[in-house]
Design a protein around this ligand. Structure first.
Ligand code: OGA
Ligand code: MN
Length: 296
């Protein structure tokens, strides 16, 4: 059956039909998915049935896979493969984590608008989240994941604003993003393991050729600017970039696979009923070079 692409939003997001992602996919199929990613930045596949191994195999077709901050920690894990990130509220024994569980509090950082791993010297490219268990709603959200289009956000800046931001460099730091929600209890050694990294504020996407703002909750300050001034510009840009007109909100159904491109989007999770399991699995592809070496 042929792959179909149906736009979900004026700027960002498309639904892909006609594919069973368990089936082997040839180079032309990978190319077709890349084209859809370059055009829409976020892709939604419904009604998939993927084991962690099948998710890993599919993701490998798009690049080398990240081993995330959580999977890199020593100790027993709920999931078998380190390349599959555990985006859930469950502990090693599949029980809902206690309210004050440190890993739960760390993962609440995902509720801030961010792009993944921008605190790494070479950040990541694609995020692929697969929904295994979806939670009931809470008064403030139903566990949706929202995606904001950083290309449309850049395009809508004035020429004078673009001239200010185009060549800026930003320092990204996971301890800054977690500190914003008051989470400071990192496991020993992690501060040393994840020092801040510098990234361009404006990136040109190699697939679409479009410029986008590279913002994130990890973005701490602008290099060469007084800290408060840079922080305020980043906050203004973040407010601008996450206006509702730039946002696609994904309501999860079991069996959804959502792929997003971290180079031209931000995303955040929304609250949900925390007494019930929410179980998503994530594969993430790595980039090959620093954003500082990208052409403006
Ligand atoms: C992620 C993430 C948000 C969510 O997996 O990178 O930020 O809704 N997830 O779980
Ligand atoms: Mn994320």
């Amino acid at each position: 059956m042929a792959m179909t692409v149906t736009s979900l939003h004026p700027h960002i997001g498309a639904e892909i039909g006609g594919l069973d992602l368990r089936e082997p996919i040839d180079a032309a199929g990978v190319q077709a998915i890349w084209q859809a990613i370059d055009a829409h930045a976020v892709l939604v596949f419904h009604d998939q049935r993927l084991s962690d191994e099948e998710l890993r195999r599919f993701a490998y077709r798009f690049g080398e896979l990240e081993i995330g901050r959580s999977a890199a920690r020593p100790g027993r894990r709920r999931l078998e493969f380190p390349e599959i990130g555990d985006i859930s509220n469950l502990d090693e024994d599949n029980r809902v984590r206690a309210r004050d569980d440190r890993r739960r509090l760390d993962s609440l950082g995902n509720r801030l608008w961010h792009t993944d791993a921008s605190y790494m010297p070479v950040p990541v490219v694609l995020g692929m989240l697969f929904a295994v268990t979806v939670p009931p709603a809470s008064p403030f959200g139903a566990g949706e994941t929202e995606f904001a289009d950083m290309r449309a956000a850049y395009d809508s800046l004035s020429d004078a604003q673009k001239a200010v931001v185009d060549d800026l460099v930003v320092e990204h730091d996971v301890f800054w993003s977690r500190g914003q929600i008051g989470f400071t209890e990192f496991p020993p050694g992690e501060r040393e393991q994840y020092p801040p990294s510098r990234q361009r504020l404006v990136r040109r996407h190699p697939g679409s050729g479009r410029k986008g703002l590279y913002l994130s909750a990890h973005a701490s300050h602008i290099v060469g600017w007084p800290i408060p001034e840079g922080r305020l510009l980043l906050s203004d840009l973040g407010e601008h970039a996450t206006r509702r007109e730039f946002v696609y909100s994904h309501n999860w159904r079991i069996g959804d696979l959502v792929i997003w491109d971290n180079r031209d989007t931000m995303h955040r999770g929304r609250p949900h009923d925390e007494s019930q399991p929410r179980d998503l699995r994530r594969a993430t592809t790595l980039d090959i070079g620093s954003t500082l070496d990208e052409a403006a």
